[in-house]
Design a protein around this ligand. Structure first.
Ligand SMILES: [Fe+2]
Ligand SMILES: [Fe+2]
Length: 139
């Protein structure tokens, strides 16, 4: 079973935005597999998949922060701040050791944060609002 299972309810109908979420989930699942793997070469793959995850996360939070602003999503929920904290955590992975935790351990923790953030009530409520707003209207 994948670390994060993609569900139809995650789709909003905004194709570019949905594609970003799908890519992030795919990359998070691959990182999770690499972290579990002792196979030779897994460190190399981990580093390139992590690079793609970091880049896609930067792109995605810009998109989502803008979408939320356009739709007057309540900033009091702290969604934008959660994004910035998440990126700061990802960028800190390049430090060899923080508080005695290895890069792999911290990456494992950050993946759990990603999963929790994606499944939070706030993110899911926003997806649901977009899905209903973008539902094709019968003519
Ligand atoms: Fe998102
Ligand atoms: Fe988010």
């Amino acid at each position: 079973m994948a670390f994060i299972e993609w569900k139809e309810q995650y789709e909003t109908g905004l194709l570019g935005y949905d594609a970003q979420h799908k890519t992030l989930v795919r990359l998070a699942n691959r990182i999770h597999e690499c972290l579990d793997s002792q196979a030779p070469g897994s460190d190399l793959e981990l580093s390139s998949v992590f690079g793609a995850f970091l880049e896609m996360t930067r792109t995605h939070v810009r998109t989502e922060d803008e979408l939320m602003a356009w739709h007057h999503h309540d900033p009091a929920f702290g969604h934008e701040e959660a994004h910035q904290n998440f990126i700061a955590g990802l960028e800190a992975i390049s430090e060899p050791s923080v508080e005695g935790l290895s890069q792999r351990q911290r990456l494992g923790e950050i993946l759990v944060k990603f999963k929790l953030h994606f499944e939070t009530e706030d993110e899911q409520a926003f997806l649901s609002m977009l899905r209903h707003r973008n539902f094709p209207v019968a003519k």
